[in-house]
Design a protein around this ligand. Structure first.
Ligand SMILES: [Zn+2]
Ligand SMILES: [Zn+2]
Length: 278
């Protein structure tokens, strides 16, 4: 099985990177990519462990871009985490994440729901990506809401009273950053993001692939994006978007979404060629 989309405690997953590698092995995975939000700390911590486990670990990341005020996630694969352009870019992303958490905490306090943002911001200082999922968890812990979904619905979703927009990069810029780091860029979960109008401009900017398989894509959606990828000459990626089932409201199982070998072989071949060119 091949799962190219997972999260660890380096962003909003609930399993530490080492525990994720162990779980991947137990689930029978052959190829795994850890794609934490705006950080490479997760997969960098377990390259040796994956090797020892006989697991092919694809260097990955999920970068938040912004288009018309809304998030668009771009997955980067086969990236060099030491790329200076990537490092500088991720530092700016982290600075903006801290600003957003501080501003959202202020708004929640003004709404009568103060949370303790200090602990969250301390983990941000250690390289962990913080954001709305952690704020939602804090609102549940403080007893203001019953569930994280309710936290999003009442306060945190786009246009909600505590929502603060990201000051992020355009997805085209994210594609360029991934390429400069020697990687391939795939548009994450297009069936969830629902911005198909942005796909053709992204292809013009060099987008390499579409995430056709995803836990939140039904069979019809998957086929639609597979057809679109073929039409646009794009490669195909896929994964569970596993978060450990605890921190976020979604509970896809590890390895539940696997891409066919032939899709991965074509993708890896393109990734190897890109690495050689940089
Ligand atoms: Zn995403
Ligand atoms: Zn994800």
């Amino acid at each position: 099985m091949i799962d190219l989309h997972t999260h660890t405690t380096a962003s909003d997953g609930s399993l530490a990177p080492a525990a994720l590698v162990d779980a991947a092995r137990a689930a029978g995975l052959r190829v795994l990519s850890i794609t934490d939000h705006d950080t490479t700390a997760g997969f960098e911590a377990v390259t040796d462990r994956a090797l020892q486990a006989g697991l092919e670990l694809v260097p990955g990341i999920e970068i938040s871009g912004v288009s018309d005020g809304r998030d668009m996630h771009v997955l980067g694969y086969f990236i060099d985490p030491a790329s200076s352009g990537l490092r500088a870019f991720l530092q700016r992303q982290q600075t903006d994440r801290v600003r957003r958490v501080e501003e959202m905490s202020r708004r929640l306090a003004a709404l009568g729901c103060p949370i303790h943002a200090d602990a969250m911001l301390a983990t941000a200082a250690s390289g962990r990506s913080v954001g709305r999922p952690q704020i939602a968890a804090a609102l549940v812990d403080a007893g203001y809401v019953q569930t994280r979904d309710e936290a999003f619905e009442r306060f945190l979703e786009h246009g909600g009273p505590a929502y603060v927009p990201r000051r992020g990069a355009a997805p085209e810029e994210v594609v360029a950053i991934v390429h400069a780091a020697g990687g391939l860029a795939s548009l994450a979960h297009p069936g969830v993001t629902k911005r198909d109008d942005r796909i053709v401009p992204l292809v013009a900017a060099g987008l390499d692939a579409l995430e056709v398989r995803h836990s939140d894509h039904d069979a019809v959606t998957e086929q639609r994006y597979r057809d679109l990828a073929r039409e646009l000459g794009l490669l195909v990626t896929g994964g569970s978007d596993f978060h450990g089932g605890d921190v976020t409201h979604r509970v896809p199982r590890l390895g539940l979404v696997s891409i066919p070998d032939e899709d991965y072989i074509a993708f890896r071949r393109a990734g190897t060629n890109r690495e050689r060119r940089v």
